[in-house]
Design a protein around this ligand. Structure first.
Ligand code: NDP
Length: 325
């Protein structure tokens, strides 16, 4: 039996319930993992509230670390006893033990702890594809990155700095802004007290930015377009303030032949080889010290409802992990 956090209905954080579940044996292409920690991500909130559809009832969670306890047929990159971490769908990571597809499970280098593994796979692989696989970004380019002091944000600040990319962050208070700058943002704008479009215009001497990475959604979408140079790229990769609705593509032309894309990590890591190579790139960034994983919140799995509330009330910085065993 494995303890797992399940939702029966979409709703608030109090829908999250701990139950005991049977765990089967791995079939072909699957692996059984005993978790040490699982990671909390904003996507877990979208799934819990029903903004993103999941099959109900379901165990939530898209990211974890632990030890392989059994492998099914056809799995050659893992063996029992391996230390591993992963980001993968479908959800199911908020539990002690699970059977899951092996393709996205990665062997964790010795230098990287189980805590870091659970805090960085979904967030770090996201930064990898945002910076290297979405639109050409070169040394010296300027990127605006919203919510720069969050889990994905602090990784993005450091990764950008390591590539010579000027990342201008935004964040919801001055302490968060100071943190983003400490982690590599060249500037960080408190978008609750300042108009971020005006600030970006000032900081860039009216040049504006090449790329905007916007995971805030409804509240920032229009302003994000106004921060772009002609032919700039808006990468909409999340909706923490709500989804962008009724978008008129004609606006892209009026604002200077802009481009917009709406990527998800899971398209990028669907292929086993590509996922493993993105993970190797992420591990290299961590092992070289260029990117450090900052874990500001650690709770027991029993505190999952509280952890969700903290994240959605914007009370967190960096990554949040849940200790499982
Ligand atoms: P964060 O730790 O960044 O938390 C979300 C942050 O969003 C908050 O801390 C807050 O920062 C900011 N925010 C702005 N407006 C709101 C609002 N109305 N309600 C709540 N938060 C708000 O989360 P993650 O690191 O887990 O994820 C960051 C974003 O990236 C999420 O939107 C997530 O969905 C997206 N994502 C997308 C992926 C993809 O492939 N498409 C993959 C991974 C993540 P502040 O107070 O500074 O404004």
């Amino acid at each position: 039996m494995s303890k797992a956090v399940i939702i029966h209905n979409y709703g608030g954080a109090d829908e999250l319930t701990i139950v005991d579940m049977d765990v089967s044996k791995p079939s072909f292409g699957e692996v059984k993992v005993q978790h040490k920690y699982c990671g909390l991500n904003y996507i877990d909130i979208y799934q819990r509230t029903g903004l993103y559809n999941v099959e109900l009832p379901t165990v939530l969670g898209m990211e974890a670390s632990g030890t392989v306890v059994a492998v099914g047929g056809g799995v050659s990159h893992l063996k029992p006893g391996d230390r591993v971490a992963y980001a993968s769908q479908p959800p199911g990571a908020y539990c002690e033990e699970r059977v899951m597809p092996a393709a996205q499970v990665c062997v964790l280098p010795e230098k990287i702890s189980f805590q870091e593994g659970a805090a960085m796979m979904l967030k770090g692989l996201t930064v990898e594809y945002l910076i290297h696989r979405t639109t050409p970004i070169k040394k010296g380019d300027t990127v605006l990155f919203h919510a720069a002091a969050g889990g994905v944000g602090l990784i993005a600040c450091q990764w950008a700095r390591s590539e010579g990319i000027n990342l201008i962050g935004t964040a919801g208070n001055d302490q968060k802004c100071a943190l983003a700058v400490k982690y590599g943002a060249v500037h960080c704008i408190n978008y609750n007290t300042h108009d971020f479009v005006e600030e970006v215009t000032k900081i860039t001497n009216k040049q504006k930015v090449d790329v905007v990475m916007d995971s805030v959604g409804a509240a920032t979408f229009d302003g994000s377009m106004d921060c772009l140079k002609p032919l700039g790229m808006l990468i909409c990769f999340g909706n923490a303030s709500g989804p962008v609705e009724n978008f008129n593509v004609g606006v892209l032309g009026q604002k200077g032949s802009l481009k917009v894309t709406r990527p998800t990590l899971f398209t990028h890591i669907d292929d086993h080889k590509k996922c493993q190579s993105m993970a190797a790139h992420l591990f290299k960034k961590i092992e070289s010290g260029e990117v450090k994983i900052r874990i500001d919140q650690e709770y027991s799995l029993a505190k999952i409802s509280y952890a969700h509330k903290q994240l959605e009330q914007r009370k967190t910085t960096g990554s949040t992990i849940l200790k499982v065993t």
